[in-house]
Design a protein around this ligand. Structure first.
Ligand SMILES: [Zn+2]
Length: 299
């Protein structure tokens, strides 16, 4: 049996990946499975609460943007077996006005997806289809013994019929604050993680790390997020370089001429949300960095 893959809330279960480990120890290996070449994303908002939630509008805008963004461009290195990963589209958005109640299990999500597809509420699946199910505040999703906001903050999976989907509980819980105080950014960090993993490993048999089973997003979930917009990408935190001039009189050593020291200062601790880059093309979005085999780093 194949387990769904999860994103773990770092505040609940920290797994620090050091810079040295990132640089040397990881690589994604291709295992022969299919990829999603041009993702056709349907967003599904489960619960009547979503009808009046601004986050729904923002998330639909996020998917409108991100599927043709640099985040998708950087996945092209994982094109394999004649399958080319390229831009996708956000094809549909649907609010299911049934209240999910306090707990929904993954098996119920699969049943629900089947019903929505059979009833024509959402587009029928093809090889590019990817369904994102967002749960409302106060609803926990369970995966066997594991629960959202306790052991994970989102996951992607595939049904026995080959329908690929991701589930994202409402990221207002303490365990899923990837951008503290910024619900939208925390949600798009999780959504971008699952999006990139679902594209590169939709049936859990394509790209993952043989050493630990981790996928493209898992290897980078402790890296600081980045901000993307139509204008470009900004890393966070920003390392600031200062040039420090030292006068000869303060040099004790051999008395030779002025010395210039370059000092790089990086903010300690959890970085604040970065400012968006100049964005004539529209809104900026906070996303998770993803592992690049080509660069040997989270980018
Ligand atoms: Zn993951």
């Amino acid at each position: 049996m194949t387990e769904p893959r999860q994103i773990v809330g770092s505040s609940k279960k920290p797994r620090r990946i050091t810079a040295a480990a990132e640089a040397g120890a990881h690589a994604l290996t291709y295992h022969g499975g299919r990829l999603i070449q041009n993702a056709e994303v349907t967003t599904i908002y489960f619960g009547p609460q979503w009808k009046s939630d601004l986050l729904k509008v923002q998330l639909d805008m996020f998917f409108d943007f991100v599927l043709t963004s640099s985040l998708i461009d950087q996945l092209a290195e994982y094109s394999s077996n004649g399958m080319t990963i390229g831009h996708g589209s956000h094809v549909a958005s649907f609010v299911l006005e049934t209240d999910p109640g306090p707990t929904v299990d993954n098996a119920q999500v699969q049943d629900l997806l089947g019903q929505l597809i059979a009833g024509g509420s959402v587009p029928a699946p093809n090889a590019n289809s990817l369904y994102f199910v967002f749960l409302p505040s106060g609803t926990t999703v369970t995966l066997g013994q594991d629960a959202s906001c306790q052991q994970f903050c989102g996951f992607h999976d595939v049904t026995p019929d080959g329908i690929v989907y991701a589930v994202d509980p409402y990221d207002d819980c303490a365990g899923c604050q990837f951008a503290p105080g910024d619900l939208l950014a925390s949600t798009t960090v999780v959504a971008s993680h699952e999006l990139c993993e679902a594209i590169t490993d939709p049936e859990l048999d394509a790209w993952f790390d043989d050493a630990n089973g981790e996928e493209i997003g898992d290897l980078c979930e402790t890296a600081p997020p980045k901000v993307i917009s139509a204008a470009g990408t900004l890393d966070a935190p920003v390392a600031v370089t200062y040039s420090v001039g030292v006068s000869p009189s303060s040099i004790v050593a051999d008395g030779t001429t002025p010395v210039t020291l370059a000092v790089t200062l990086t903010p300690a601790g959890t970085p604040p949300p970065p400012p968006p880059p100049p964005s004539p093309g529209g809104q900026a979005w906070t996303v998770q960095k993803e592992w690049s085999n080509a660069k040997g780093a989270c980018v």
